[in-house]
Design a protein around this ligand. Structure first.
Ligand code: PMV
Length: 315
């Protein structure tokens, strides 16, 4: 079977790092940025072409490549052999900037392999397999990235717990700005672990407080209280600074966004580089423009707007 499969980017709204220590976190998909995987029939052995990575070709000679690990895991799950197809992968998700490009690539490719062999796989199984592959990149990820990307819906995520979706009462609009600094998540996660081990008396309460902030944020999202949500994002950022995962560049962008009128701002994801997010009023286009302009002027290498629509209530 031919066709195209895809998976979205994601942003973590609150709770990163604390989520590694079993606290809740909230993440949403960014459906406008996607990885697509297009299947074409070739009379040749299975191969994957990464269009946006210099047309790099990946096949079964690349045993240790995480992408091939994904293909092998899916084939093993389906009891199928790799089909004689070419899968062309394209992506509009920036790499290594906390937008989940790795998990989105794995998810889109896994779906393409399923489609090529004419099988379907539940999101639950797919999520577990993508998580396994994420461990190649990140060591021991919490699982939030793969979960929000596979299910493509806002999630309230607690490690090793069933997924809880969030019903947002009103649309949430964020301005996302990239520092342009590539910062591997496993390093910031490892540094936080060192802090936890060296100074648990001081660090554990910070992690627990971030968990409380996330619980309050969930209520704000479900009640449509965006003002209070912005305040909680600011507080979350301050605690992430104490965990040493912010940076001068991230702090500058957070300050600039707040001064330009954002309701709240914080780093998003692993930190030290990558992206920050600013919550803006959904109906105030002038405010959104001011925040975007200020972030561009402050040196962000990429600035975009994303909206999480209000949840449709079906009864
Ligand atoms: O850097 P990202 O966007 O992949 O986010 C990592 C989130 C952390 O909480 C820092 C790590 C994790 O595994 O949850």
């Amino acid at each position: 079977m031919t066709g195209t499969t895809s998976a979205p980017a994601k942003i973590i709204l609150l709770g990163e790092h604390a989520v590694v220590y079993n606290q809740p976190a909230i993440a949403v998909p960014v459906s406008s940025l996607r990885v697509t995987a297009t299947i074409s029939h070739e009379d040749a052995p299975f191969q994957i072409v990464l269009r946006d990575l210099d047309n790099q070709i990946i096949n079964f000679e690349h045993h240790n490549n995480p992408i091939m690990q994904m293909v092998k895991a899916i084939c093993a799950e389906l009891g199928a052999s790799p089909p004689p197809v070419k899968i062309t992968v394209r992506s509009t998700i920036p790499i290594a900037s906390g937008l989940g490009s790795g998990a989105a690539i794995s998810t889109a490719i896994a779906r393409a392999v399923c489609r090529a062999v004419g099988e379907t796989l539940s999101n639950e199984r797919l999520n577990a397999l993508v998580y396994d592959v994420e461990t190649f990149y990140h060591g021991t990820p919490s699982g939030i990235d793969n979960t929000v990307i596979v299910y493509e819906q806002p999630v309230y995520f607690v490690r090793n717990q069933p997924i809880e979706s969030i019903r947002n009462a009103s649309p949430l609009t964020f301005i996302v700005a990239d520092t342009g600094i590539k910062a591997p998540t496993h390093i910031s996660v490892g540094d936080v672990r060192k802090l936890v081990e060296q100074d648990p008396v001081h660090i554990n309460p910070i992690i627990e407080t971030i968990g409380d902030i996330v619980q309050q944020a969930r209520q704000c999202i479900e009640n449509g209280d965006t003002k209070q949500l912005g305040q909680l994002m600011n507080r979350n950022h301050a605690y992430l600074q104490q965990l040493t995962v912010s940076s001068t560049e991230l702090d500058t962008l957070v300050d600039v966004a707040t001064q330009a009128g954002a309701l709240g701002a914080k780093l998003s994801g692993g930190g030290r580089g990558g992206n920050m997010i600013a919550l803006v009023s959904h109906d105030d286009i002038d405010q959104q423009d001011r925040v975007q302009t200020a972030l561009n002027a402050a040196g962000a290498v990429r600035v975009f707007k994303t909206t999480v629509e209000a949840t449709k209530i079906t009864s």
